[in-house]
Write a new protein. Structure first.
Length: 358
C-alpha cells in the first residue's frame, strides 16, 4: 500500500470563513484530499495573540471554523481536523525551533508589520504575537508535511518554515548544506522542506471602497467587507448590491472601468460563464450595460456557490456533539503524529533521555 504524502494547513479562528478563504486555500484543500494525507489545524493558540482578553470569542470561533471546514467538503473520513492547543508537542517544538530563528529575522517578516498596521495594534501587543511565526513553523514541521496550501499573505511564514527545516536538518541530522530542497529527507534529514500551493485567487478583494492610495483592500471580517460562506441569499444579495464599483459611472449609459473594480474581479473569479464575462466587460466599458444587471448576475453566481455550503453547515450545526467528536478524533490522530516527530527531533538533538509511556 502506497503511503500518501502529507499536507498541513489551517486557519487562525478569528470568525466565520469567507469567499477569500475559499479561493485562497479551502478550494485546494477539498480537491487535494484524495491525493494527500491531510491535516487541518484550527490554530486557537494563535487566536489568543490578538484576542487574549476574549476567550469566549476564540472558543466560538474554533467551532465556527470547524463547521465551515465540514460544510465546504472537508471529509473527516479522509482528512484530519484538529485543535492546536490540544496537541502539546507543537508547543515543545516551538521552543526548540525558536533557538534556530534569529530575532532580526523574525522582525523582518512582512506579515507581522502588516497585521500590526491593519489591526491597529500600535505597541499594544504581547510577546506571543511576535512569536507566532515560530509557532506556525512548529505547526507545519510537527507533521513533517510536504505541501501547504495557503493564501498569498502566508507565504512569508512558509519561507521561515523552509529555513528552519534546512537549518535543523543540517545542524542535527548532518545533511550537506548544498543539498537540494527536494532531497533533504532522502539524505537523512528529519523534516521535508515544504512547498506552498497558492489558490487560484491569491488575494481576493473585499466588496468595499479602496483605501486612500486607491488600492482595493483584501477581503476581511475586521474590515466589514466580506461575503461569508455561511451568508444566506438575502445577505449575499444586500452585500452585492452595496458593492463598490466605478464611482465615476453615474448612469448605466456612462462608460465604466473594469480594472480595479470589485464587481468584475468577482465575476472573473467566480463566474464560470467566461464568454458572458468577457462580453459584459466590453459592454460595461462602452456604457451598454448597467451595474444593476451585472450585480444581479453576480448574485445568482455567488448564491449558487454559497447556498449548498450554508445548508450543509446548518446540518452539522444541528448536531454539535458530532462535530466535537470529529474534532476529538482528529486531535487524537494529530497528537500521535506530532508525538512521534517530537521524539525523533529530540533524538536528533541528543535531548532524548528517557522514554515515557503514553
Amino acid at each position: 500500500m502506497q503511503i500518501k504524502p502529507r499536507l498541513l494547513t489551517g486557519d487562525t479562528p478569528t470568525g466565520r470563513l469567507h469567499l477569500g478563504h475559499w479561493v485562497g486555500s479551502l478550494e485546494n484543500r477539498v480537491l487535494l484530499q484524495k491525493q494527500y494525507d491531510c491535516y487541518f489545524i484550527i490554530a486557537n493558540v494563535q487566536g489568543f495573540t490578538t484576542r487574549w482578553d476574549r476567550p469566549a470569542e476564540v472558543h466560538q470561533n474554533v467551532l465556527d471554523v470547524a463547521l465551515d471546514y465540514l460544510a465546504v467538503g472537508i471529509d473527516p473520513k479522509q482528512s484530519t481536523i484538529f485543535i492546536q492547543s490540544e496537541v502539546p508537542a507543537i508547543a515543545e517544538l516551538t521552543l526548540f525551533f525558536s533557538m534556530l530563528v534569529p530575532f532580526p529575522r523574525l522582525m523582518r517578516n512582512p506579515t507581522i508589520k502588516d497585521e500590526v498596521r491593519d489591526k491597529g495594534l500600535g505597541d499594544n501587543y504581547p510577546v506571543g504575537f511576535l512569536f507566532y511565526p515560530v509557532h506556525q513553523v512548529a505547526d507545519i514541521l510537527a507533521f513533517r508535511a510536504e505541501l501547504v496550501p495557503v493564501g498569498e499573505d502566508q507565504v512569508p511564514h512558509l519561507e521561515l518554515a523552509r529555513e528552519v527545516a534546512r537549518r535543523f536538518n543540517q545542524l542535527y541530522c548532518g545533511v550537506d548544506p548544498h543539498t537540494e530542497d527536494k532531497d533533504y529527507v532522502a539524505r537523512g534529514g528529519l523534516f521535508p522542506v515544504i512547498e506552498a500551493k497558492l489558490g487560484r485567487a491569491c488575494r481576493l478583494v473585499g466588496i468595499g471602497a479602496p483605501n486612500a492610495d486607491g488600492n482595493l483592500l483584501k477581503m476581511s471580517k475586521s474590515l466589514n467587507n466580506a461575503i461569508f460562506l455561511s451568508d444566506d441569499p438575502d445577505t449575499v444579495t444586500k452585500k452585492v448590491k452595496s458593492m463598490y464599483t466605478d464611482p465615476k459611472r453615474l448612469r448605466p449609459t456612462d462608460k465604466g472601468t473594469v480594472e480595479n473594480n470589485p464587481l468584475w474581479v468577482f465575476h472573473e473569479i467566480f463566474n464560470s460563464d467566461k464568454v458572458w464575462v468577457q462580453e459584459a466587460e466590453e459592454r460595461y466599458r462602452q456604457g451598454a450595460i448597467g451595474d444593476v444587471e451585472c450585480k444581479k448576475r453576480l448574485i445568482d453566481v455567488l448564491v449558487g456557490i454559497i447556498e449548498p455550503v450554508r445548508q450543509r453547515r446548518l446540518q452539522y450545526e444541528a448536531d454539535m456533539q458530532q462535530v466535537l467528536a470529529i474534532l476529538q478524533e482528529g486531535t487524537e490522530r494529530a497528537r500521535a503524529v506530532t508525538g512521534e516527530t517530537l521524539q525523533l527531533a529530540k533524538q536528533a538533538m541528543q535531548q532524548q533521555y528517557f522514554y515515557f509511556r503514553t
